[in-house]
Structure formats: C-alpha cells, structure tokens
Design a protein around this ligand. Structure first.
Ligand SMILES: Cc1cc2nc3c(=O)[nH]c(=O)nc-3n(C[C@H](O)[C@H](O)[C@H](O)COP(=O)(O)O)c2cc1C
Length: 198
C-alpha cells in the first residue's frame, strides 16, 4: 500500500472514541455567555498536565475575558479579518505561546511547539467536557501580537484560541453558516495508519 495516494475521507467514526473527542469541533458560532472563572482555571489545569519533552512544560497562556476590554482588544486586534468576523463574539480569547529555550541550559527547545500542541489538545478536550467550544487560530499577526502584548524575545505566540459556549449558527454570515453546518470529514484510518513497513 502506498500511503497518501488515494486519501479517502469519511464523515463517520470508524471506531468508538471518548465522547469529548466526538463532540469537540471548532465552531464559529458563540453564545455571549461569559465563561465561568472555575472553568477557565480547569482548562489551564488540563493543559498543565500535558506531557512534554524532559518535562520542560514550555507552554505559556495569556487570556483575556471580554469584560477586560483593553487586554481583549489587544489580542483581537492581531487576528486576521477572516477570523475577526466570527471571533468577535467569543467571550474568551487565549494566546498560547512557547518558551523557545530550555530553562536548564538556554538551548533551543525543538519540542516546544509539539508540546504546546499536546497542551492545547488536552485543553480543548477539557473544554468539550464543560460544553465549551475552542477554536484555534493560526491566522493572526505575530508582529501585532508581539507589540500589543509586549511579548519578550524568548517567547513566541503559536495559536490564539477563541473560547466560549456554542451559539446560534443562524446568526453567522451566510458563507460561514454553510461551513458550520457541513459534515466534518477525516481521512480514513487506512490512509495514515500502517502495520507493515513502508
Ligand atoms: C494550528 C491551527 C491553526 C488554525 N487556524 C485557523 C484559523 O486561523 N482560522 C480558522 O477558522 N480555523 C483555524 N483552525 C481550525 C481548523 O480549521 C480546524 O481544526 C479543522 O478544520 C478541523 O475542524 P474541527 O476542529 O472542527 O474538527 C486552526 C487549527 C489549528 C490546529
């Protein structure tokens, strides 16, 4: 079998998975309902327990609730226009960053992005458990974020997360409504899992 040739997709689950994995999705429709502080804490607690290379825990999170207008707008301002359209309704914005070097020897940490991805995955599943939606965004201006948040040189923002309770899809602009209601698809397991040599 040559991998990555046919790349067939399907919208159904091929084997049972945890409910939170099945329920998680990157929605664009948000309720204005604020996220309770204990739930915010619980999301970062989930991230805290992620695995990381040499247990470096290179992740850093900077969050802003919508009522923290100045801080919220400093993050929001950095988003691409295509993300601003829907993310403006999210009651919570989170910048996830890496510390670029190892704390013990100042050498570059080549696993930092990988580790942050794991932390964000756990955060997203914890959010799903609370009925919260997390939508990660790589579409932002690093330059604006560095400036607006005064981010030190040794840190780098990787994704911004829009977080909140799911809202009314009908309130989205037409093109986003279509995307929101479309079935989610994934490559079939046979397209990326092997049990034989390449
Ligand atoms: C690193 C990363 C960057 C992403 N950037 C954006 C983005 O800028 N705008 C956006 O609408 N979605 C963004 N997404 C969301 C993906 O499009 C989404 O996860 C993917 O389509 C699968 O959909 P699902 O999460 O609902 O399963 C990003 C996701 C990841 C992991």
């Amino acid at each position: 079998m040559t991998p990555f040739v046919n790349r067939q997709k399907s919208a159904s689950f091929e084997s049972p998975v945890l409910d939170v994995i099945q329920q998680r999705r990157s929605r664009r429709a948000y309720s204005e309902k604020p996220v309770e502080q204990e739930k915010i804490n619980s999301l970062f607690e989930a991230a805290r327990w992620a695995p990381s290379s040499v247990n470096e825990q290179p992740w850093v999170y900077l969050y802003a609730r919508k009522d923290q207008t100045d801080l919220y707008n400093r993050i929001f301002d950095s988003l691409n226009e295509s993300n601003k359209i829907w993310a403006k309704h999210a009651p919570l914005l989170v910048v996830s960053l890496i510390r670029k070097t190892h704390s013990r020897n100042d050498m570059p940490n080549l696993s930092a992005r990988y580790d942050l991805g794991a932390a964000n995955a756990l955060l997203s599943l914890q959010a799903a458990h609370h009925g919260l939606n997390v939508h990660q965004m790589g579409g932002f201006s690093l330059e604006k974020l560095n400036q607006n948040l005064n981010i030190p040189d040794n840190f780098e923002a990787v994704v911004v997360l829009a977080i909140g309770y799911p809202g009314d899809v009908q309130l989205l602009p037409e093109h986003l409504k279509v995307r929101e209601l479309a079935p989610r698809e994934r490559y079939l397991r046979q397209e990326f899992v092997r049990n034989e040599i390449f």
